[in-house]
Design a protein. Structure first.
Length: 298
């Protein structure tokens, strides 16, 4: 894949696939499975898939105190905490709304990066942040924006995920990946996360027996986990070939197709307020995107 059109095709395919993970997550909780059980098996699937990719790569794997510390931190702030909030809130909110809210990650990451001295102030990106706040307000405040008025109470819980993903982004940006490449880092974080999540799943009574008959929820969980693994690996490869700025444009596709997937898979329909929120969020995402001089000519 050496052409511009090939890169664009991969970008679109990656975004379309990634967008499906939100409605698939809602399908996974529909049968009553608890968050910790779902998270445990999601991490197991991720570790198996990425472990196979790591073995095929035959690259030396740095396993030491530094990499294990990194894996524990990323497992907690990148999966266990945000995914607990995700599964709790997606069971109560439309999956399309969750897809829109996930676009706030770079909007939240920007002020964090400013506070840490990792980024510089920009009026354009401040306007992007204000667009993000406006988008959330368009979902939360107008009467009739959500199917049920009581759903508004779960929006703060839904925002825990983007908050911790933004923390993860800044943590990796500040400290790096402890000498690992992205696939190795995600594999180790998934394996360590599974070790952490197993006692949580068993202790809370949420462990899912894999030998029980499988239904739509179980297949949705596996599909979501595998899609995430390959989409993430594709994102890392694309960023290495074209630059982070080009690869980051997948955020628009993930948000837009996440809403479309929710309509197709779950028959969700949205009010004009929610559509307006998505438009404002995408504008904010465009304004906050880094304008790096390192972007390559594709």
């Amino acid at each position: 894949m050496n052409s511009r059109y090939g890169y664009v095709a991969l970008l679109v395919a990656m975004g379309v696939a990634w967008g499906a993970t939100q409605p698939l997550g809602k399908m996974a909780v529909a049968s009553g499975h608890g968050a910790y059980g779902l998270i445990f098996w999601q991490l197991v699937v991720g570790a198996l898939v990425l472990g196979a990719v790591t073995l095929l790569g035959r690259k030396p794997f740095p396993l030491n105190r530094r990499t294990l510390r990194f894996a524990v931190v990323i497992a907690l702030i990148g999966t266990i905490i945000p995914n607990t909030a995700f599964y709790y809130s997606v069971a109560r909110l439309p999956a399309g709304v969750m897809s829109i809210l996930i676009s706030t990650i770079p909007l939240i990451a920007f002020p964090m990066a400013l506070a840490l001295g990792m980024d510089r102030f920009s009026l354009q990106r401040l306007l992007g942040l204000l667009c993000g706040v406006t988008g959330v307000a368009l979902i939360a405040l107008p009467q009739g924006s959500l199917p049920e008025a009581g759903m508004v109470a779960f929006l703060p819980i839904a925002m825990i995920g983007p908050l911790f993903y933004a923390m993860e982004s800044n943590y990796v940006g500040r400290f790096g990946m402890a000498g690992m490449d992205a696939v190795q880092a995600m594999f180790l974080a998934s394996a360590v996360g599974a070790v952490i999540a197993l006692p949580l799943a068993i202790g809370s009574g949420q462990f899912i027996d894999p030998l029980q008959p499988w239904g739509r929820a179980e297949w949705a969980l596996v599909a979501s986990s595998v899609i995430h693994c390959f989409a993430y690996a594709s994102y890392v490869w694309l960023a290495s070939k074209t630059g982070a700025v080009f690869a980051s444009q997948t955020s628009y596709i993930v948000t837009g197709t996440g809403v479309v997937w929710a309509m197709l898979l779950l028959d969700e329909r949205f009010s004009p307020w929610v559509w307006a929120a998505m438009a404002v969020m995408l504008i904010g995402l465009f304004l906050v995107q880094p304008r790096s001089g390192s972007v390559r000519n594709v």
